[in-house]
Each structure stands twice: as structure tokens, then as C-alpha cells.
Design a protein around this ligand. Structure first.
Ligand SMILES: Cc1cc2nc3c(=O)[nH]c(=O)nc-3n(C[C@H](O)[C@H](O)[C@H](O)COP(=O)(O)O)c2cc1C
Length: 220
């Protein structure tokens, strides 16, 4: 009898959690618009770290171009990306924390896959942001996560960590340059509570948070 009750409760729980996950749907991104924006030299001239953001959301077109610039596929024949990657491991996953929830950028299909329905940005403790800081206003927090399962078995711990930081750094710089070219505000951060954030994101022990990068419009 007790077994039956537990079984029914487990089935109900499965239905409820899959219904919640279903509420967050895949975001199909637009193809990259490779024209427009400021020149590379002008973007380099204007690249900077911002720490004040408006709460204004990014339109789909901007979100699409931003993620493609970050580490989208620029050579479909080989599946290689806009950012280089040590031994082409492509171990950095770009998670996108927005008001609606947490998404994962899938470069192959150029979509944002739903991960969690919670607004992780609200956990200012995990992001080590004083609640008065307007970094918390940013509509996007990009979270660069190294998936050690994608790194070949012969790499030692120093290589895994070093290459992951380098690879995430290239992605972050692509984001910096895209933002400079479009007048957006951005700032990369290493100071985050990785343990708390990993818990919020429900990461596995092979997934290591490397850096976080806020993106949005500059505050007025
Ligand atoms: C790996 C790395 C980690 C950083 N971590 C933080 C951080 O935790 N908090 C922060 O406010 N800025 C952080 N920054 C931004 C630097 O403070 C910023 O790049 C530096 O002051 C130079 O300013 P600029 O980017 O405008 O040239 C980080 C930058 C890098 C490259």
C-alpha cells in the first residue's frame, strides 16, 4: 500500500516538474547579421568594462548577434567558431541568465535551450553583487562554464583549468567587441561565488564556472 502511495507521488512529481520545464521554451535565434556595427578599430577604441546597466531588455536581433559573436559557428564545414578553442575541445558552454530563466546557447542549432525557469540574476549573493549595484540590472548575465567531460583524458588539471580560462577569455573579448560595436554595456567578472552559482544552476561536478559577463544597455 505504502509502496503504491510513494509510486503515485513520484509520478505526480514527474508530471509537475516536466510541466514547469515545458513553460520555458526554446528561443530560436536569428541568423547573424554580419554587416553593420562600428569598425574593428573603432570597436577596439571604445571597448571598456561597464558596471552600470539599464534594465532595458535586448531585442531578439541583438541577442542573436551577440551570441553568434561570442562563440557562434562561422565555418559550417568544420563546425569551428568565432572564438578559438584549445585543441578545438569547445569545452566552454555559454549559459544565459535572464529574467525568464536560465538558457544554454547551442551553437550548432543557434538556439537558446531552456534549462531552468528561475531568474538566477536575483541571487545577488551568488553573483557577489551588492543589491544596490546596477550590475544586477543587466538583462543578461552570460555564464561561461567549462565542461571537463569535453576535454581529452590526457590533459592534466593545470591544462584543464588554464585552457578553460583562456578559451572563456576569448569568448568574453568577442562579447566586449560586439558590445563596443553596438553601443552596449558589458563587464566580465571573475569574482563570483562559483559554488553558490553552480548549485543554483544545478551543474554537475564536471562543470566548472569560469567567468560571468553582464550585458545590457548603459544606464542613463
Ligand atoms: C579575468 C578577469 C576577471 C575580472 N573580474 C572582475 C570582477 O570580478 N569584478 C569587476 O568589477 N571587474 C572584473 N574584471 C574587469 C577588470 O576590472 C577590468 O577589465 C579592468 O579594470 C580594466 O578595465 P577595462 O576593461 O575597462 O579596460 C575582470 C577582468 C578580467 C579580464
Amino acid at each position: 500500500m505504502l509502496k503504491k502511495v510513494f509510486l503515485s507521488a513520484a509520478i505526480i512529481l514527474c508530471f509537475v516538474s516536466s510541466a514547469i520545464a515545458q513553460e520555458l521554451t526554446t528561443i530560436k535565434l536569428l541568423p547573424p547579421d554580419i554587416k553593420g556595427g562600428k569598425s574593428l578599430m573603432q570597436s577596439l577604441q571604445e571597448r571598456k568594462t561597464s558596471r552600470s546597466f539599464s534594465t532595458k531588455k535586448l531585442p531578439l536581433e541583438v541577442l542573436s548577434n551577440l551570441l553568434w559573436s561570442a562563440c557562434g559557428i562561422n565555418r559550417p564545414d568544420s563546425g569551428k567558431r568565432t572564438a578559438p578553442s584549445a585543441r578545438n575541445w569547445q569545452e566552454i558552454d555559454v549559459y544565459v541568465a535572464m529574467e525568464e530563466g536560465l538558457y544554454l546557447y547551442n551553437a550548432k542549432t543557434h538556439v537558446l535551450e531552456p534549462v531552468l525557469k528561475n531568474d538566477l540574476r536575483k541571487n545577488t549573493t551568488a553573483f557577489l553583487q551588492p543589491s544596490r549595484s546596477s550590475v544586477a540590472n543587466a538583462p543578461l548575465q552570460l555564464i561561461y562554464v567549462a565542461d571537463y567531460a569535453k576535454i581529452s583524458f590526457d590533459a592534466n588539471d593545470e591544462d584543464k583549468k588554464g585552457y578553460s580560462f583562456a578559451d572563456a577569455g576569448f569568448i568574453a573579448q568577442n562579447v566586449y567587441l560586439y558590445c563596443a560595436s553596438k553601443g552596449l554595456a558589458t563587464g566580465v567578472r571573475g569574482m563570483v561565488d562559483r559554488e553558490a552559482l553552480a548549485k543554483d544552476m544545478k551543474l554537475s561536478d564536471k562543470q566548472k564556472i569560469v567567468l560571468v559577463q553582464a550585458v545590457g544597455y548603459p544606464s542613463e
